[in-house]
Every structure is written in structure tokens, then in C-alpha cells.
Design a protein around this ligand. Structure first.
Ligand SMILES: [Zn+2]
Length: 412
């Protein structure tokens, strides 16, 4: 048994002073105060006095790509190199920063990373992987600038973020079943154009309602959730009516689509960090002027868009859409800073989005808070994030990282 002691405990339920968290095996067995909880003898005491205990952070939208920091992207390297970099570096960066769970929202790298972590070959966060994201021909998951035959062939094309093109109900069902055959944890579908797409802007709805319905039906029959990449109201309407569980982005949602998502309990994962990071670091490097003006426009509205989703009463979960570049793995808590500084939420509301709501998006009621019976995903940070939410981006301030009762970092 382990006992973790801190100055404060902060989770979606609020703040506790002088907490003690007892952990047996992989689960939390007791949470109390140092003043009245008796620590059993022979307990390993982890003294994080001076620190704040929190649940492990959850990012519901990453793409493991193994991108080289500051280096050229996409097709400049072999897929295998990227796989190694991701397995060695990206998973470590996430753990060091206190991210104990992530959803890999599509690509070929994340799936292998998940397997290696689950086999215990490499340390890393809990990964839910989507495998290939499914897209219409010419849609957000199609690599437009490559010959169509090459994209359809489906070989890993270096970048590691390869889609599966599927059109028509039969092909769509086959595409979902192929991902399930690989053992994916959830299904990712692109149901609208995208901010970074060359040909298909975000206001274009892609799949038809009929195509979406059959894909969701197969996924749900297998007990898997469905996440869609989607921006515009019509794309959201089709997705929600078809039974999709999670909407990634959702920027262009109007009042009608917000009400529809609320009625269906759809969780939305806005991705402010990616626009922010592109704006900060890469805007100058985007050559295509249409693409540049589109990214600018989306950046200009993204905080207002997210505020509307929040004020509409929707459950929002943290998602960065990081691909390693321009936002490095381990800097995912930038999203929480943006919720507080730009959207106007309280730090505690932001922390809920980065913990409990992430667990809800993953469909895991055994994660997200530090409560009895849940898995002991626990971090200790030396600065109080309620005073400075930005401090969560400094991995040096994350002193302790525990995933399912096992310690992965201890700099106490
Ligand atoms: Zn994405």
C-alpha cells in the first residue's frame, strides 16, 4: 500500500486541504485528511508536502507522429524513424508533464505505441487509439496532393497520419470493420472539411447521414465510441443524428447544433491549442494564401466559438490536436491556459475539462478524479494551478506522476 500526502488536493469535486490518498495496487482505497486518516503500518509514504495532488491530466485529441522538433515535417523521413521517436520521446514528454491518458485521434503511429505501452515494453500514458481515420474521397482524411491510387493503397506514407478513404455504405462499413480488426479503441471519422485542408474548407459537410449511420451502428455494435472531426452545423447535425459520441473541433456550431448536441449528450472537444500554436510559430511558413487566410479566420474566432459551446451547457473535454509540431508533446496544458485566459473559465472549471470530462469522453468512469475505487492516476505539482494555470505547462513543476498506482516520475 502507498500513501500520498500533499498540501492540497484539487479535482473536479473541488479543493481539499492536507490530503492523504491511500493506494492499494492500482486503485485508490481511501481519501482523507492528514489530521484524521490513520495511515496503516507498513505503508510506503510518498511525501508530497508543499505540492498539490491532482488526477492525471487527459488529452482527448493527440496524434502520435514522431515529428522531429523544429525539423521538416511530413514526407522527409521514413515511417519507422517516426515510430521510434514517438515511442521513445513523445510518450515520455506526456508522462513527464502529468498526462496519464490520451486519445490518439487517428494515424498509424499511435496504435503501435498503445500496444507497446500495454505490453509493458515502453513506459507511457494510457492510450486509446483510433487507427486510420475514415474520410470521403477528397475529404479531410484524403491526402489531396498525392495521387489517389497511392492514398487508397494505404501504405504508411512517412507522416504516419494516414486516412482510410471510404465512400458509400458498403465501403464505409468495411472501413470501420478493418479498424476493428486491428483492435482499435474507438472509430474516428471526418465529417467535414478542415482548417488545414487544402481543398475542402471547414464549412463543407462530408459524409451523408446514411453513410454515418451504418458506421456508427457497426462501431456501437462492437462497443466502440465514435469521434468525428467536424466544424459546421450541417456536419454536426448529421453526426449527432447518426449517434456519434464525440465531436472534435466543433468551432462553427450554431445555436441549433449546440442544442442538438446538448439533447443527445454529445461531448465536444475543441482544439484551441493547435490554432494558437500555428499562429505563434508557423503562420509565416504557410505558403498557400487561401489556407493562410482560413487559419487566420479560425484563429480569430476560436475563443468565442469555444465560449459559446461552454455557455450552451455542453460537456467539453481537453483536446490539443498536437502532432508534435508546432505544439510539442508535453505542452498540452496550453489548452487549459487558453480556457482560463482567453475563454474566461475559472481554473477549476478548466481542470475539470482536463480531467473528469476527459474521462467521460474516453467512456471511463474509473478515471478523472481522486476518489475511492478509481484507478490511481495521480500527479503532484509544486505550484498551485488555481493561482497559475500556466504552471502546468512546466514539466519541471510536475514532481510526481503515478498511473494506475505505479510511479513513473518521482522528483519529490
Ligand atoms: Zn486531429
Amino acid at each position: 500500500m502507498k500513501a500520498v500526502i500533499g498540501d492540497f488536493l484539487i479535482d473536479a469535486n473541488g479543493v481539499k486541504e492536507k490530503p492523504v490518498v491511500l493506494v492499494e495496487g492500482e486503485r485508490i482505497t481511501k481519501v482523507g485528511s492528514i489530521d484524521d486518516l490513520k495511515i496503516p503500518s507498513k505503508t510506503e509514504v510518498i511525501d508530497a508536502s508543499g505540492s498539490v495532488l491532482m488526477p492525471g491530466l487527459i488529452d482527448c485529441h493527440v496524434h502520435f507522429t514522431g515529428s522531429k522538433k523544429g525539423g521538416p515535417s511530413k514526407f522527409s523521413e521514413r515511417f519507422e524513424n517516426r515510430l521510434i521517436r514517438s515511442a521513445v520521446q513523445e510518450v515520455r514528454q506526456l508522462l513527464e508533464a502529468g498526462f496519464t491518458s490520451v486519445m490518439d485521434a487517428g494515424g498509424l503511429v499511435g496504435f503501435h505505441i498503445r500496444n507497446a505501452i500495454n505490453e509493458g515494453i515502453i513506459p507511457g500514458p494510457r492510450v486509446m487509439a483510433a487507427g486510420r481515420y475514415i474520410s470521403v474521397t477528397g475529404g479531410h482524411g484524403d491526402t489531396h496532393y498525392m495521387p489517389l491510387e497511392w492514398v487508397k493503397e494505404g501504405r504508411p506514407m512517412g507522416w504516419g497520419m494516414d486516412g482510410r478513404i471510404a465512400d458509400g455504405k458498403d465501403e464505409c462499413m468495411r472501413a470501420v470493420r478493418e479498424q476493428l480488426r486491428e483492435g482499435v479503441d474507438f472509430i474516428k471519422i471526418c465529417t467535414s472539411g478542415g482548417g488545414g485542408s487544402l481543398r475542402d474548407p471547414p464549412d463543407i459537410p462530408e459524409y451523408t447521414l446514411e453513410e454515418l449511420k451504418v458506421m456508427v451502428h457497426i462501431a456501437h455494435s462492437w462497443g466502440r465510441r465514435v469521434m468525428v472531426h467536424c466544424y459546421n452545423p450541417e456536419g454536426i447535425r448529421r453526426s449527432v443524428v447518426a449517434g456519434v459520441d464525440l465531436i472534435a473541433h466543433g468551432n462553427l456550431a450554431d445555436d441549433v447544433s449546440i442544442k442538438l448536441m446538448l439533447k443527445h449528450g454529445t461531448i465536444v472537444i475543441p482544439t484551441m491549442s493547435i490554432y494558437y500554436a500555428i499562429k505563434q510559430q508557423e503562420e509565416r511558413s504557410i505558403q498557400n494564401s487561401h489556407l493562410k487566410s482560413r487559419v487566420r479566420k479560425m484563429f480569430a474566432n476560436v475563443f468565442d466559438d469555444t465560449r459559446r459551446l461552454h455557455e450552451g451547457g455542453l460537456t467539453l473535454a481537453l483536446g490539443t490536436d498536437t502532432m508534435g509540431i508546432p505544439l510539442a508533446f508535453g505542452k498540452n496544458a496550453l489548452e487549459l491556459e487558453l480556457y482560463v485566459e482567453k475563454v474566461g473559465l475559472s481554473p477549476l472549471e478548466a481542470i475539470k475539462i482536463g480531467t473528469l470530462n476527459g474521462a467521460k469522453a474516453m467512456g471511463r468512469n474509473d478515471l478523472g478524479t481522486l476518489e475511492v475505487g478509481k484507478l490511481a492516476d495521480l500527479i503532484a505539482v509544486e505550484e498551485n494551478p488555481l493561482d497559475n494555470i500556466k504552471s502546468l505547462q512546466d514539466e519541471r513543476k510536475t514532481k510526481l506522476v503515478m498511473k494506475a498506482g505505479e510511479i513513473y516520475k518521482n522528483n519529490l
